[in-house]
Design a protein around this ligand. Structure first.
Ligand code: SF4
Length: 403
């Protein structure tokens, strides 16, 4: 495959095959790859608008039976550091989110065997009753599969019940690399195979939900396996059209069992650019400044990204693995404008809501990210005790038989 031919086809906005993507990713100069991705971004977003959302990333539990080797966030069942948030704590986080102009929670957590489907349904209903306009972007595909296994219900039935309770959209977490060889090496094959992850998204799209798609690179995968991941997403998008956006970030190695070193900023920008070029049926590509820092995040806007993701109010997962970048709305808007773009607030469907909230409201500046729980705080809230537990430890704690 000649590089020149691949460059010409990318410049014309033609669909790239795997050979063309491979030669571009491996050998095109970085600035040229950026230019090609930027041209592709401009075809979809000629108005120069760069969006962001004000929401809050809440992790309702850190207890997880999946034990992925790249994860520094989870705690095993029975750990003294394990927690589940109470409904009241979640309501308080929603109140704080609304106060800074937010309208959505990104709600994800570990695969906790002692949190049954009914808990999620009751939580979603309670949120919608208290905050009818508030949106729930919740439960990545592996969590949906976990709930399906716990409840004994098939995935489509779980999705339908969650939608009936108030689920608005599914985040694309837990995809890592959608190649089973990699998933086995990362100990995440058991939580969801590549096909299972994709099928949850297929079912969600069939049931009318829009979702995002992600890729975490930089562990044990080859460049070809990253491209295979992108091509599988493109194929499903051709089938359903249900993905709103794609987000990629590099593996964060600190405090993980897998350990290793983090990919560089250049590798991030090249990966972002090739994703924009391969995913020709995705409208939106997000910059991951939370893992890459504000400056590389800003540079992402010249490498194919048209969205700055979320104003970060709370973060627990990548912080546990060493990344702790923070930008409030004022800072995100400044970065977008300095890069020559027009900042606009959006909703979960990437529809523009309007001007920056901070332009017409006195928003408190946030220089410290909130966490789900302060160090030393953990445990099971009162309101969880009425639900049946599955683990021996959970049953014993709730005084249920069979522990
Ligand atoms: S990545 Fe998610 S599923 Fe894997 S161990 Fe961490 S919390 Fe559990």
């Amino acid at each position: 495959m000649s590089l020149n031919r691949a460059i010409r086809r990318a410049a014309e906005g033609q669909r790239l095959d795997v050979g063309e993507a491979r030669v571009l990713y491996a050998t095109a100069p970085t600035h040229l790859l950026g230019q090609l991705a930027d041209r592709q971004r401009a075809r979809r977003h000629p108005d120069g608008i760069v969006t962001y959302i004000i929401d809050r990333n809440v992790n309702y539990t850190n207890v997880c039976v999946a034990r992925c080797s790249f994860c520094a966030f989870y705690r095993p069942v029975g750990s003294a550091e394990g927690y589940v948030l109470s409904f009241d704590e979640i309501f308080r986080k929603i109140d704080e989110t609304i106060a800074v102009g937010g309208g959505q929670l990104l709600l994800q957590g570990g695969h906790n065997p002692d949190v049954p489907l009914q808990w999620y349904e009751d939580l979603f209903r309670a949120v919608k009753e208290r905050y009818p306009e508030f949106r729930l972007h919740a439960l990545s595909p592996p969590e949906v599969i976990h709930i399906s296994r716990l409840s004994g219900l098939p995935v489509p039935a779980v999705i339908q019940r969650l939608i009936a309770a108030g689920l608005d959209s599914i985040p694309g977490g837990g995809a890592e690399i959608l190649v089973d060889r990699v998933r086995k090496l990362l100990h995440c094959y058991g939580k969801a195979t590549a096909d299972e992850w994709l099928d949850v998204m297929r079912q969600a799209h069939r049931n009318g939900l829009r979702t995002t798609a992600t890729m975490m690179y930089g562990t044990v995968e080859t460049p070809d396996e990253r491209l295979e991941h992108l091509l599988r997403l493109r194929e499903l998008q051709d089938e359903t059209g249900g993905f709103t956006a794609f987000i990629t970030w590099s593996y964060q190695p600190d405090h993980t069992e897998l350990s290793g070193v983090e990919a560089t900023g250049v590798e991030y920008l090249r990966t972002l650019a090739i994703a924009r070029l391969v995913l020709d049926n995705f409208d939106n590509v997000q910059a991951s400044w939370v893992t890459q820092g504000g400056k590389v995040g800003q540079l992402s806007l010249a490498f194919g990204a048209n969205d700055m993701g979320s104003v970060m109010i709370e973060e627990n997962v990548v912080r546990a693995a060493g990344a702790s970048y923070c930008m409030d709305e004022v800072e995100i808007v400044r970065n977008i404008e300095d890069a020559g773009f027009v900042p606009k607030r959006r909703n979960m469907h990437y529809e523009v809501l309007g001007e920056p909230f901070c332009r017409h409201a006195d928003v408190p500046r946030m220089h410290a990210l909130a966490t789900a729980k302060a160090a030393g705080e953990a445990g099971v809230p009162e309101d969880l005790l009425k639900y049946p537990a599955r683990s021996r430890e959970g049953k014993a704690a709730r005084g249920q038989r069979g522990g």
